[in-house]
Design a protein around this ligand. Sequence first.
Ligand code: S3P
Length: 170
Amino acid sequence: MNKIYLIGFMGAGKTTIGQKLSEILKLSFIDVDQYIEKKYETDIPTIFKTYGEERFREYEMISLKELTKYAIVATGGGIVERKENIQLMKKGVTIYLYASLSEIKKRLKHETNRPLWNQTQKEVENLYERRHKMYEKCADIIVNTNGKSVNRVTERVKNILLHKYPKIEA
Ligand code: S3P
C-alpha cells in the first residue's frame, strides 16, 4: 500500500488524527516534527530561534526522506514549502485535513510553542491563504475537519482510505 501523508495548517489535527488512524488500521505512524526533535536533539522553537526557518526546512526535508518505513506520516504545516517534499509525497496518498482559519484560531487560542503561529494576525492570515492553496493543489483527498470531533474525522479518513484500498485491513 502507498504511504499516507497528512498535510494541513497548524492545528489541523494531523498528529492526533494520524495517531488514531494508525491504531485503528494497525499501521505504523510517525510525526515529522517529533522525528526532527529526536534526530537533532532540540525542540522546534529553539531551531527557529537559533538557526532560523531555512535551517528548519532543511531538517524537515532530510527527515521526510528518511521516514521510509512508516505507513502514516503526519507532516508539519510547512512541508509544502519545498518542491522536493511535494514530489516525494506524490508517491503516496496525501490527505489535506482542512480547517478554516477561524476554527484554527479557536483550537490554537493558547498556543505559544509554534513560531509561525506567534506572528501578527496579518502575517498568520497571509500564511494561511498562501498555504491553503498549496495544500489543495498537493492533496489527493481533502477532508473538512470544521466542527468535527477527532473520532468523526478519523472515521471519515478511514472510510475514504478503505474505499480506495479495500485490502488495507487484511
Ligand atoms: C510549521 C508547523 C509546525 C512545525 C513548525 C513549522 C509551519 O507543525 O513544523 O513550527 O511552517 O506551519 P504543525 O503543523 O504540526 O503545527
